[in-house]
Design a protein around this ligand. Structure first.
Ligand code: N7H
Length: 479
């Protein structure tokens, strides 16, 4: 059983949100910050409180009351430099989860050396050779305050409360906010859909003993999401690691690409597909789900809204039919890459699972953008995910699965000579961005022409953060 009073709310239940403000900060005075953290602790929403919020929302919906109830929650997390500023480095963190080298080295180093983020040229006037990110993320970032709620007004009120602990004037505050980003759930009918139009937030790991079981992947042990469950006496117990990625999406370009490469024939009837049907089928095969959320492993060639809306069926698949090939769902597709289910049955998958808590940002595509087919305003996903160890989870997914053209390894036995290619959404490679298996008519042909893809998702920032348990926020001054 997990201690729901000691875990920050976004980690397990997720803070309910229509909007979320991310405030990245630097610590000006470590000692004073430690004292301030104890003052901040009562303003931090726990899992127990988030669960109450969710119950209140359910009740409100059941009673068919209009509007949204006023709800807001704040969480805080620290990067490795932030932990250093409060004395949590060296021997102070020996034998705890915090020694993880990838976390210690930080997000910039990982993006540059491991994840293949696009880099600034070697002769760039500023930050040469560093990831091509917004400069604030290349500079020191010590922590993140996030505030999620039903409206900008409620969130701004909570930020005012937080500002009593951390006043805006840096001479009177232990921190300075260096970057603020606001995410917003898209307006209806696109609520819950990310900017490419696909329903998001369907598949997250269920925690054994915490979440209500739903048909689908086996629940995982809490130790895969929460820190401190492996070593006895680890005071990081009930913490977690947060990976944040500031991901811009090129929506008109993505839509044009789907149209230009629209699939031509219905694989069942052999009838010609019109452009819309052909591009929808291609999109579904790149993601592994239709825009509705229905998984192509269950409904490969035609969307199915009843399936998409059925929580007991829409995540209940394994990519494990008798062939296990690219016919129904390409090996490269985004959801098969990021959670390969039975494709990796030989190794434990639980340590790779991430708790995703992203939110969209930026405006809807404008008519001008649609006509010109080019992005003029920034939009995308404020990607956020929680895990007990970044190396085993987020980094592993991005590096060993999404970026790796020869994954899954079972492919070698099933279709010798076949190269699956990279995750069409987030795969980052130095060479050509290609995938195979996109067209059902040639899905398993080792000699097919690969689909050559532009980059549709561009990282512009990121941070690796530790989300302390509530007890540690209160008692850090004793450490
Ligand atoms: Fe992905 N998208 O909208 O197209 N993602 N993702 N993701 N993603 C998923 O099943 C998307 C990103 C995962 O358990 C869905 O809930 C976009 C990163 C994982 O079956 C959709 C971006 C990473 C899953 C998208 C983006 C992941 C998943 C289906 C960036 C990690 C669950 C909805 C802008 C490295 C897989 C659902 C499972 C699902 C999209 C980024 C990972 C629609 C637009 C960076 C683990």
């Amino acid at each position: 059983k997990v201690n729901i009073h000691n875990i920050q709310g976004d980690v397990l239940s997720g803070l309910p949100k229509k909007t979320q403000t991310f405030m990245f900060f630097k610590i000006n005075n470590g000692k004073r910050f430690v004292t301030d953290l104890a003052k901040l602790a009562p303003l931090i929403k726990t899992v127990a409180q988030s669960l109450q919020d969710r119950e209140a929302i359910d009740k409100h919906k059941k009673e068919k009351k209009p509007g949204l109830i006023k709800l807001v929650g704040a969480n805080i997390s620290l990067t490795s430099t932030g932990l250093q500023a409060v004395g949590l480095s060296g021997t102070a963190i020996a034998n705890t989860s915090l020694t993880e080298p990838v976390f210690q080295a930080g997000a910039v180093s990982d993006a540059q050396n491991v994840l293949n983020d696009p880099l600034l040229p070697p002769d760039a006037p500023k930050n040469p050779g560093k990831p091509d990110w917004d400069p604030e993320f290349l500079d020191r970032v010590d922590g993140l305050l996030l505030v999620a709620g039903d409206s900008h007004k409620t969130v701004d009120e909570k930020i005012k409360e937080i500002r009593q602990v951390f006043p805006a004037d840096p001479n009177h505050s232990s921190i300075t906010i260096v970057k603020t980003i606001v995410g917003d759930v898209r307006p209806d009918p696109e609520g819950g859909h990310e900017h490419f139009g696909f329903l998001d937030g369907i598949s997250n790991p269920l925690i054994a003993g915490f979440d209500k079981p739903v048909p689908g992947p086996e629940p995982i042990d809490a130790s895969n999401t929460l820190t401190g469950y492996v070593n006895d006496g680890d005071w990081t117990k009930d913490g977690s690691f947060l990976v944040f990625r500031y991901l811009f999406q090129k929506v008109p370009e993505f839509n044009n690409f789907l149209q230009a490469n629209a699939l031509k024939k219905d694989p069942i009837t052999s009838n010609d597909l019109d452009e819309t049907a052909g591009s929808d089928l291609l999109g579904a095969r790149l993601v592994g789900r239709w825009k509705s959320g229905a998984p192509v492993d269950i409904t490969p060639f035609k969307d199915n809204l009843a399936l998409a809306n059925d929580k007991n069926r829409r995540n209940n698949f394994e990519f494990a039919d008798e062939f296990r090939d690219n016919n129904k769902c390409p090996w490269a597709s985004h959801i098969r890459r990021t959670n390969p289910r039975a494709d990796v049955r030989q190794a434990p998958i639980a340590p790779r699972r991430i708790m995703r808590r992203g939110i969209a940002f930026g405006p809807e595509v404008t008519p001008e953008e649609k006509t010109s087919g080019t992005t003029q305003q920034g939009r995308g996903l404020l990607f956020a995910c929680y895990q007990a160890n970044i190396t085993n989870a987020f980094q592993f997914i991005q590096k060993n699965w999404s970026n790796n053209p020869t994954f899954p390894f079972i492919g070698k036995d099933i279709l010798p000579g076949f190269i699956p290619g990279v995750d069409p959404l987030i795969g980052q490679v130095k060479g050509p961005r290609e995938m195979t298996g996109h067209d059902p008519l040639t899905a398993n042909d080792p000699d097919q022409t690969p689909l050559s893809m532009e980059t549709f998702i561009l990282p512009r920032g990121g941070a690796y953060l530790f989300v302390p348990p509530i007890k540690l926020l209160r008692e850090l001054n004793k450490h």
